[in-house]
Design a protein around this ligand. Structure first.
Ligand code: NAD
Length: 311
């Protein structure tokens, strides 16, 4: 199949694009200028294109004849940045997603697979089902709900979709330079570079961590027609508090927690206290989380150590 991956040079996009290629697909990648360093550009057709600007799709429209499926991963991905720079968030996640839908309609693409987020749910104490009312508390959560609505509405133009609401990803390749997104990568970077871990808010907050390789396998299921026009949670369904996450990172790092200063620098707007996925629906497709949390963290640590020592 000819598959276009929007945001294909990002953390998840890189893993997904390589996996699709391994499976024999022709993969076209779109991302922002300067983002293609981690990608083997000889394996893919790569285009620098800012999804906020519709005219930037022109080149792809001309050069790529038939596109069967679009994976739309390109996004402003940080809850914190969405509060600090709301216009960037809306431009990328709302206008950008509308532009992706317009492009898909023009190119008569048969399916869009969209990565939405657990942030669309807001705070719930129970395991969250796909049927729960979405009541986001961050601008990011709101912009992702808008993205979902565009994708659903474009179904009227003979374009199927699968929406994945991803919980908290971790794994090798997560952006170590961005200290505003990715709880596991933020604490891991700090633990490697210093003896001080800065936490934004309570250590009792909790998340549902899912390894990037498991997420890729979930996204691949989107190519099959039995996932058409469905929404799936993708998480591990296991609760890990911020405090447990830090302990686990120090464990794989072979460091004593008594050597570390854990400093609460105050919470930021729009932060969710906790969320855990109910994954019964995606389990029915035969998918389940395979990578154990500590094994995954250990691999991520080895990768992060190499990456940070390079700099
Ligand atoms: N990482 C997580 O924990 C998580 C959780 C829930 C949902 N998601 C979603 O999964 C997807 C992938 O996330 P990720 O962790 O790989 O993030 P990432 O930031 O590594 O990847 C996003 C990619 O989108 C690209 N992008 C941003 N703005 C763009 C624009 N205007 N035009 C073109 N490309 C643009 C970025 O350059 C980047 O390569 C996103 O849609 C994100 O919202 C991620």
């Amino acid at each position: 199949m000819n598959i276009l991956v929007m945001g294909g040079a990002g953390f998840l996009g890189t893993h997904l694009s390589h996996r699709l290629k391994e499976k024999g697909h022709n993969v076209i990648i779109i991302d922002l200028k300067g983002k293609f360093k981690q990608i083997h550009t000889d394996l893919f057709s790569c285009y620098e294109c800012d999804i906020r600007k519709y005219e930037e799709f022109d080149k792809i429209k001309k050069e790529q004849d038939s596109i069967n499926v679009i994976y739309h991963l390109a996004a402003q991905t940080s809850g914190r940045i969405s509060q600090e720079e709301p216009e960037l968030d809306v431009d990328t996640n709302v206008k950008g997603t509308l532009n992706v839908c317009r492009f898909a309609k023009e190119k008569k693409v048969k399916k869009i697979i969209f990565t939405s987020s657990m942030a669309t749910y807001g705070n719930y104490n129970d395991e969250i089902l796909e049927s729960f009312v979405q009541r986001p508390v961050s601008n990011y959560g709101i912009s992702k709900v808008c993205g979902e609505q565009y994708i659903r509405a474009y179904n009227q133009y003979d374009m199927n979709y699968t929406i994945y609401r991803l919980f908290n990803l971790f794994g090798p390749g997560q952006n170590l330079a961005n200290l505003k997104q990715g709880m596991a990568s933020v604490f891991m970077t700090q633990s490697i570079l210093s003896n001080n871990i800065k936490v934004t808010g309570s250590l009792d907050r909790y998340r549902d961590f899912i390894h990037v390789e498991d997420v890729v396998e979930a996204l691949i299921l989107g190519l099959s027609s039995n996932t058409d026009n469905e929404v799936y949670n993708v998480g591990s369904s296991k609760k890990v508090t911020v405090s447990q996450l830090i302990d686990s990172i120090l464990e794989v790092n072979d460091k004593e927690s008594s050597d570390f200063i854990i400093e609460n620098i105050g919470s930021h707007e729009g932060d969710q206290f906790g969320s855990i996925a109910n994954i019964d629906k995606i389990r029915k497709l035969g998918w389940y989380p395979k990578k154990d949390f500590i094994t995954g963290l250990r691999e991520m640590y080895e990768d992060a150590k190499k990456e940070l020592n390079k700099e």
